[in-house]
Design a protein around this ligand. Structure first.
Ligand SMILES: [Zn+2]
Length: 116
């Protein structure tokens, strides 16, 4: 349950931290807070702001790829998003994108694939 006093205390804390006009910050906070509670339909509990951000449910191991580093023998598991890349220019004017990762066993940069 949020009392008027609790809202005022939050407003005071907020207004102290803001560098602009204290009074505007203080009453702006209170008005905004009360409006948010009113819009979200409850005066008794802290409103849970609904988020539409994507969230991770789980990591699908099926999407994991493997690469064997022939120099040290390590079988490296990785996801596409973990690859680093750089552009390589060729003499004929074309370019390739080189995808690589750092071998977690020996620390060497390992080229996994190149495109182009
Ligand atoms: Zn290695």
């Amino acid at each position: 349950m949020i009392s008027e006093k609790a809202i005022e205390a939050l407003a005071d804390e907020y207004a102290q931290e803001e560098n602009s006009c204290y009074t505007n910050d203080y009453y702006g906070f209170i008005n905004g807070f009360k409006k948010a509670v009113e819009l979200l339909g409850s005066k008794n509990e802290i409103p849970q702001i609904k988020t539409t951000m994507p969230r991770v449910i789980a990591i699908d191991k099926a999407a994991e790829k493997t690469y064997t580093h022939k120099k040290c023998g390590a079988i490296i598991g990785y996801y596409e998003s973990e690859l680093k890349d750089y552009k390589k220019d060729h003499y004929d004017g074309s370019t390739s994108i080189i995808y690589y990762l750092q071998c977690p066993n020996c620390g060497e940069d390992v080229v996994v694939k190149s495109v182009g």
